[in-house]
Ligand binder design. Structure first.
Ligand code: OGA
Ligand code: NI
Length: 339
């Protein structure tokens, strides 16, 4: 029996409403259908991006067995003692790759406490050797991964990385179409995209839970789009435009897709980057695997013409994908700010 002081007591401000739902979009017709079929899916995607900035995708073509392997390998790594995980500590990396411990990331830096999120994770990016021109040029966030010493781990993660990169590129094409642009509009900025695979482990939350420390504090994602696989523990919440928080419960075989700040900037807010948070009240471990899809470092991010109505002004100053990501990482990873 759980001791009294361990009983979960959720602050009332953290409960979710059942009043709205996140749409579930079947990607089969987008990936394999006629142009007409594709247009229907693109319309659904566009609507979800405008209205809530979140949607589930099913029939996305990434094999369930591969997703399962990724979760198995992630759990295997997180089960290691901290001293072993520290062999690939993110602080050792010049390009933000490797393991960060519980509290190492704080996705809601505005909150008053010093404790970061109640989660640990691994950052895996495009594995670039020291000879790669972007690395030679000293491009921030580019370089080699740090791999744990676990046979099979790297191969599984790399296979998944490749599959998710392809799916992300296809979704970005759908975004372009939904925004009234040529389908391949963004493709020019995907030569060495800054894609990040980031398995996460959330220990169970106990006791009185307040905003002071959540699994993941309320935040918007930084980049273009995120594709998240979550296990069956639940705990992801999304803030609807009305201001109420709603659940994004586990849907078997799905990814949760959401818009990040970079896409909001690009679209002048036509696509919304929506606040979300994680509270692991399952009483057990929670694992999730986000894949963050961002374009090349030098990609200009400025208001798209099709997103500016007559008489409207751009809401955001132009930036680049790389600079934007650096700014955001500095805000949420204390170690990186000191670099
Ligand atoms: C994130 C995030 C949600 C989850 O890492 O940005 O929102 O369920 N993760 O882990
Ligand atoms: Ni997020």
């Amino acid at each position: 029996m759980r001791a009294m002081q361990d009983a979960i007591e959720l602050d009332p401000s953290l409960s979710a409403s059942k009043l709205a739902e996140i749409p579930i979009i079947d990607l089969e017709p987008l990936l394999h259908g006629t142009q007409e079929d594709q247009a229907l899916v693109i319309r659904e995607i566009g609507q979800a991006c405008r209205e809530i900035g979140f949607f589930y995708v099913i029939n996305h073509g990434v094999p369930a067995a591969l997703v399962g392997q990724v979760f198995d390998q992630a759990a295997r790594f997180f089960a290691l003692p901290d001293s072993v995980k520290a062999e690939i500590a993110i602080e050792k990396s010049a390009c933000h790759r490797g393991w960060f411990k519980v509290g190492g990331e704080n996705l809601d830096p505005a909150k008053q406490t010093q404790s970061g999120d109640l989660k640990e994770g691994v950052k895996i990016g495009r594995d670039l050797s020291a000879e790669h021109p972007l690395v030679v040029a000293g491009t921030p966030l580019h370089g080699p991964n740090q791999w744990p010493d676990l046979p099979g781990w790297r191969a599984v993660m790399q296979e998944y990385y490749t599959a998710m990169e392809a799916l992300g590129a296809r979704l970005l094409q759908a975004f372009a179409s939904a925004l009234g642009l040529e389908q391949n509009y963004f493709d020019a900025w995907l030569e060495a995209p800054m894609t990040t695979l980031g398995p996460l482990h959330y220990p169970p939350q106990r006791g009185h839970i307040t905003e002071a420390q959540l699994g993941a504090g309320a935040h918007t994602d930084y980049g273009c789009l995120t594709m998240l696989a979550q296990d069956d523990a639940g705990g992801l919440q999304v803030r609807a435009k009305t201001g109420v928080w709603i659940d994004a419960p586990p849907v078997p075989g799905s990814f949760v897709v959401n818009i990040g700040d970079m896409m909001e900037r690009w679209t002048n807010g036509v696509f919304t980057s929506t606040l979300h948070r994680v509270i692991n009240v399952s009483g057990r471990e929670r694992y999730s695997v986000p894949f963050f899809f961002d374009p090349d470092f030098d990609t200009p991010v400025e208001c798209l013409e099709t997103c500016l109505r007559v008489g409207e002004a751009p809401k955001y100053a132009p930036t680049t994908a790389g600079q934007h990501l650096l700014d955001m990482i500095n805000a949420s990873f204390a170690y990186h700010k000191q670099k």
